[in-house]
Design a protein around this ligand. Structure first.
Ligand code: SAM
Length: 438
């Protein structure tokens, strides 16, 4: 009998991408083979994101014309995974009856049983329970990147920011056992992985449920002690749990990358309060000051939302002034999108779509100039990069510095997965161009 094939399309954040790796590992263990061609898949899975309305619309429009979008094989089964599956539940079957399977992100360990039901011909199978015990330990993972590995250390969020669906889609905050995290990373190191990205919705809120590792900062130290691990990153930390001890670790442990993503969302204290971010602009800035004072220069990136209900032109300008003050290396910026179930959904969303778009453009142009100035400093400097793949136009190799800066450079393909020393020769706002230095 021909081996059954699966195809997964992933939408959204790194957590989702890593979940897809876990799902792929489970399916391979069940006897399925992965395929890059959706038209030959017996099982077509969409791992979805629900963070903004646009993400939802995109998935529904794909499902609406699934044969056209994916040229599906006759009899192929279709499954919806992830945050949108969790939020919409049964409603997905009503709107798109061609979907056979709906599974929330807490239920992936039940996939073998759920898929077996679909294979037996049950038309609609669903599991969107938020089981807390069986969340982390899916030992079969099929990792997309052969050089750097994602490792989940915590899931969910207890912060209930007024704009955010994460506490509803991912459930309450749950941390993974420290010894389990370390043994997964030891295994990864033995397989040759040298870079680890620790993942969690508020990654630095991690607390060892077994009480053996006293803090997130200590976890970073223990990961760095594992032989073979040369780089450790983590995302996304929450500013309120960003303690000075984390900065000390970055300063003193070279394997912990000197790069921090610290989502601010707005530069205006009244808006931060309405967002329920539990810090003021000044408190956020104090953390940034500590980061900037570190002995090792730390690159800083952030997330910003424009057009949150009640954001005046003055509030928006406060955000620009914070950007000027901080001098971020990178920002991810979004127009506010009202999400059902969140507190802000009931706030009057009085800012027009045009005005939100205008603010977003102004903000992105403001940041582009900051990045150009910051990147100009690197001309002539040399960096060690982990060579991860080809550049976007496939002409060059692409590597990242420890500060997470992308450097494109000409080099032999044998360098893939290796370390290279590169000298920066040109720059743009988003990347650096270099040449092999030795
Ligand atoms: N854990 C992160 C934090 O500290 O808030 C949140 C990660 S979230 C997946 C990524 C980003 O999406 C958020 O930081 C926020 O900027 C943006 N976002 C979340 N909800 C949004 C909404 N309703 N509208 C627009 N952007 C949103």
């Amino acid at each position: 009998m021909e081996q059954k094939k699966f195809f997964i399309e992933t939408f959204g954040c790194q957590m989702n991408h890593h979940d897809s790796e876990k799902v792929a590992g489970t399916l391979i263990r069940m006897g399925y083979a992965p395929t890059e061609d959706s038209s030959e898949a017996d099982l077509l899975l969409l791992n979805t994101c629900n963070i903004r309305e646009k993400a939802n619309q995109k998935v529904f429009s794909r499902l609406g014309s699934i044969e056209k979008c994916y040229r599906t094989k006759v009899g192929a089964k279709v499954g919806l995974l992830g945050c949108m599956a969790q939020m919409e539940g049964e409603k997905i079957f009503e709107r798109t009856p061609n979907v056979n399977l709906v599974v929330g992100s807490s239920s992936y360990s039940f996939l073998p049983q759920l898929i077996a039901q679909v294979e037996q011909g049950v038309p609609h199978v669903i599991d969107v329970t938020q089981d807390s015990d069986r969340l982390f330990e899916t030992y079969t993972q099929s990792r997309e990147n052969p050089y750097k590995a994602y490792v989940t250390i915590m899931e969910g969020c207890n912060r209930y920011c007024a704009f955010c669906v994460v506490p509803y889609t991912r459930g309450p905050e749950r941390s993974r056992n420290g010894t389990h995290i370390l043994s997964e990373i030891r295994q990864l190191a033995s397989e040759g992985y040298q870079e680890i990205l620790l993942l969690g919705q508020t990654v630095n809120s991690w607390r060892d449920p077994a009480g053996e590792i006293p803090s997130f900062a200590e976890l970073l130290r223990r990961v760095a002690d594992i032989e073979g691990i040369r780089r450790i990153r983590f995302t996304s930390p929450h500013p309120s749990d960003f303690h000075p001890e984390i900065i000390e670790v970055i300063e003193t442990v070279p394997a912990v990358c000197n790069q921090v993503h610290l989502p601010v969302q707005s530069g205006s204290t009244p808006i931060l309060q309405r967002m329920k971010r539990d810090y003021t602009r000044e408190e956020y800035w104090r953390r940034v000051e500590l980061i900037k004072a570190a002995k090792r220069e730390i690159a800083l990136s952030t997330d910003i939302i424009v057009g949150f209900p009640g954001e005046s032109q003055e509030d928006f300008e406060e955000t620009l002034s914070l950007m000027e003050q901080v001098q971020y290396d990178l920002i991810f910026s979004f127009k506010y999108s009202p999400r059902p179930g969140t507190e802000a959904y009931s706030f009057e969303d009085g800012i027009s779509e045009e005005e939100k778009s205008r603010r977003l453009l102004v903000l992105q142009e403001f940041q582009r100039k900051i990045q150009l100035e910051r990147n100009a400093r690197f001309i002539g400097k040399e960096f060690e990069v982990l060579v991860e793949g080809k550049s976007r136009d496939a002409k060059d190799l692409m590597g990242r510095t420890t500060q997470n800066k992308i450097v494109n450079f000409l080099g032999p393909p044998e360098l893939l997965g290796k370390w290279a020393q590169v000298r920066v020769t040109r720059f743009s706002a988003h990347s650096l161009q270099g040449e092999l230095a030795s």
